[in-house]
Design a protein around this ligand. Structure first.
Ligand code: VG1
Ligand code: CO
Length: 543
């Protein structure tokens, strides 16, 4: 076996976004694309000689090939040990758990998460730090800088490794250890939650559906829910991970998980429904006849997390991304713990979790997690809900209704405009930015703007800053509209408009969110000029 040093030149656009580098699968498969990026990671965080890394992905098209390439590059760069999930599979939260449990020097996760997969879909890669979380911007910036000056990469000329059997082999000097992708993660869940109580819930006839969307959570959910907690066979739907997610869009929201929504709103609906995304870090929660918005889910979980054994001592604080509704802040105030507001993307929660300032974190995009790992964790959120349902004996609808009665309801919706012309989308945001100073006092659609800014963040732990994180328009105490462009897409642009309105009156908690938000929606449209600038009458996706 021989180390080959291959001459290369920089490739444009290898800039990590909200969550790692994402690109069309075909782009990732171009000669040198993956290799340049991987060598840039090794150079930027390295040298990786003598180090141990975790490696795995969500099983999408190109996952297996990419893993073989990365293993050979790691060996050529002198890595001591590579820990790989069997068949190249590791969900994002499981990868985080493995990095932390084995105390490795970080890991590489292959996924484009909620983006469709397949040869015509998307692929992605990100580096996670030894604490288990996504690399902070200082590191992704260094990786990007390296991609712009790279001149060569190293790769071992060797046959492929068999990833279907657990155990250790060698690739040159590097030990490659293939592990069960579920075991370490399942152990962690067992320590956090009352599995006996949840087993009792299922034994009492409680019915659940978990839609794995043919993505990576299938094996995890099957092993834990059906295997260990006694949920009947068939509880987990679409449980086999497929390279193209069976042609679906593995994004757990009411639009892309429509079949599950249908079942949960039917006459004989099960008690509880959930879904996860491509790489297993997102969750959708739905009760019988009731959809729980991710922002509400975060608030409900923060308010009830002490019911799970792993959190019996209570929480130190709550953190949410800026566009996430302010429901969680009210719970934090009620509990007398701090609430943090961070930019979009899990990488911004890492320092707060490490410093013990926040215990639970969440994003409106169906991401919830805690200090147990450093990623959001779809199945964790589902198990926490199950633990709470088992302890309280209440239904999802009752828990949500009680929560609103106590804390008020934040009507919430996100409107996504997808596949936009990049220049038009950027123009819309720029125009809003240019008007920020003059917006306060403006009346629009019967609402008065009381404050407007471009969200900037200074990390309270390490002092790092992030600017330009989304335009916030506040309408008094109750309503808010936020505008930002997606940083996970691979083509064109996606505009996200986040809309919310607080309603304290329990008599008015039963409205349809789109109706309850109609005035804020009209105001947001008028302020940003969505129709005129983008030529769109309606969003592509409403969550
Ligand atoms: C989206 C979500 C964000 C999430 C990110 C990664 O980013 O809005 O909340 O952290 O995806 O999630 P953006 O930039 O497209 O809005 V995942 O499950 O794709 O790793
Ligand atoms: Co994801």
């Amino acid at each position: 076996m021989q180390v080959k040093t291959v001459t290369t030149t920089p490739i444009e656009g290898q800039k990590p976004g909200t969550s790692g580098l994402r690109a069309r699968t075909r782009v990732f498969m171009q000669p040198g694309y993956l290799e340049n990026f991987v060598q840039s990671i090794f150079d930027a965080v390295g040298p990786i000689a003598g180090k141990a890394l975790v490696l795995g992905g969500d099983g999408r098209f190109f996952n297996a090939r990419a893993i073989q390439t990365i293993l050979k590059m790691a060996a050529a760069n002198g890595a001591a040990r590579m820990v790989v999930g069997r068949d190249g599979l590791l969900s994002t939260p499981a990868a985080s758990a493995v990095i932390r449990h084995l105390k490795t020097d970080g890991g590489l996760i292959l996924s484009a998460s909620h983006n469709p997969g397949g040869e015509d879909g998307d692929f992605g890669l990100k580096y996670n730090i030894p604490a288990g979380g996504p690399a902070p911007e200082s590191i992704t910036g260094a990786i990007h800088a390296r991609t712009r000056e790279i001149t060569e990469y190293r790769i071992l000329e060797a046959p492929d490794i068999n990833l279907s059997a657990e155990g250790e082999t060698r690739l040159g000097e590097t030990v490659v250890e293939v592990i069960d992708p579920v075991a370490i993660y399942a152990d962690l869940m067992r320590r956090l939650f009352d599995f006996d109580k949840i087993r009792g819930l299922f034994a009492s006839g409680f019915r659940m559906r978990f839609d794995a969307m043919h993505a990576v959570t299938g094996p995890y959910a099957t092993a834990i829910l059906e295997g260990e907690l006694g949920a009947p066979g068939g509880t987990v739907l679409n449980a086999v991970p497929l390279p193209d997610f069976a042609g679906g869009h593995p994004d757990p929201n009411p639009v892309y998980a429509a079949a599950l929504m249908c079942e949960m709103f039917a006459a004989d609906a099960p008690d509880f429904g959930a879904a996860s995304d491509g790489d297993g870090d997102r969750n959708m929660i739905v009760g019988r006849g009731v959809y729980v918005t991710p922002s509400d889910s975060l608030a409900v979980l923060a308010a009830n997390i002490h019911l799970a054994p792993g959190y019996a001592g209570g929480i130190a604080g709550v953190a949410r991304s800026m566009p996430t509704s302010r429901a969680a802040d009210r719970v934090a105030a009620h509990l007398g713990v701090p609430a943090f507001e961070t930019p979009t993307g899990w990488k911004f929660f890492g320092t707060l979790l490490d410093a013990g300032k926040a215990t639970i974190c969440g994003e409106e995009s169906a991401g919830t997690g805690s200090n147990h790992v450093r990623e959001k964790d779809g199945l964790w959120a589902v198990l926490l809900w199950l633990n709470i349902l088992a302890v309280t004996g209440k239904s999802v609808a009752e828990i949500l209704g009680d929560h609103w009665a106590r804390h008020g309801r934040d009507y919430y919706s996100r409107h996504d405009y997808e596949g936009l012309d990049k220049a038009a989308a950027e123009g819309l945001i720029e125009a809003l930015r240019a008007r920020l100073g003059s917006l306060p006092g403006t009346e629009v659609e019967g609402l008065t703007v009381t404050a407007a800014d471009d969200f900037a963040y200074t990390d309270p732990v390490d002092g790092s800053t992030a600017t330009g994180q989304g335009v916030r328009v506040i309408f008094g105490e109750t309503a808010r509209a936020v505008f930002r462009l997606s940083g996970t897409g691979t083509e064109g642009a996606t505009l996200r408009v986040y809309l919310e309105r607080f309603e304290p009156d329990p008599e008015r908690h039963g409205e349809d969110p789109q109706r309850a938000l109609a005035q804020v929606i009209r105001a947001a449209d008028r302020l940003a000029g969505i129709r005129e600038r983008l030529g769109r009458d309606a969003p592509d996706v409403r969550t």
